[in-house]
Each structure stands twice: as structure tokens, then as C-alpha cells.
Write a protein that binds this ligand. Sequence first.
Ligand SMILES: [Zn+2]
Length: 185
Amino acid sequence: MQTIADRIRHIPAVSEPLSADVFIIEGDARYYVFDAGASEAAYEAIAALNKPVTVILSHFHRDHIANLSRLAPDQILAGARTMKYIAGGTLVDKPLTIRDGVTIEVQPCVSPHAPGSLIITVDSLYTFIGDLIYARPGTGQGEAKGMLRVLKSLQTQVFVPSHWTGNPLVEKAVLLKEVKENFQI
Ligand SMILES: [Zn+2]
């Protein structure tokens, strides 16, 4: 468990079993968990939270949602495609702002990685993007252009991708440059 900011904890991604990074944001009344992960460490950290929990899912891939099968969060926020893989979620199909001591902006974002992806911005400082920018080489150029427009338009200067090697806090300029190079746009 690592700390990104006072109210943000990070359970890093692992490869066995494949499990995405999990971020736990503490609000005054609730905890907000960005991706449930698939690892035991992520499960235990979420299960131990002592306030009501809202899980926000970036997308439907197993390494981001598997722990939901043994957790009982009282709220799950998900994009349209992800809703097909889970029980009892609330659809987010337009931007949504949560104010609970922290401000969390949840927004759908086009992605070359997975349709119906969600990203979240915390206190206008960090935008958590899950696997948003990843795609197989040579695919997803159209979606990548739309995604780049959205990411550029955000005020945030720090982006936080999942499965990133090294420090997961990536400067906006560095991330956008990587996206442009990868998709040749
Ligand atoms: Zn994925």
C-alpha cells in the first residue's frame, strides 16, 4: 500500500494473478475505489474499509473488476459496456461530479483500449485513466484521436495510468507525447 496524496492510497498492479492498480480515495462520508482489481492485496484493502464504498470501474477487463465477485460495495459506477459484466451497477454515460470532502469528476472517455471507459479526476489534480491509452500496435487510431482531444482538454497536469512501469504519476506532457507517438497522430 502506497500513498499518493493525503486521501489517496494505491495498491499497485501485480502480474500473478494479473491485477490492475487500485486507488482508494477517502471522502468524508464514503470511500471511492477506482477499479476493484483481482489481487488478494486489493481485495483485503477494499474489504477493510470502514465507511460505505463506491467502486468506480474504468472498464470491463477482468484484472479491473474480478474482486467485485467477493466484495459487496453498496454502489458501483460503470460505463455501458462494463455494466454487462457486473451485477447491480449504476450507469455513467455523462460526466458526474461527486463532492464529499474531495471532488471526484467521473467522465466517460473514448478509448482505443475498451469501449465505454470511465476516467476520474480528483480535486482537479490527478486524472486516473486505467488502461485508456493502451492498444495493440496498429489499432485504435480513430479512438485515440478522440481520446487525445479529451485528455488535452482537461486542466489536470498529472495523469495516472494503470499497469505503468515506475512512478504511476505521469506528467500530462509526457503522457500526451507517448499517445501521439504510439498512435502516430
Ligand atoms: Zn484492460
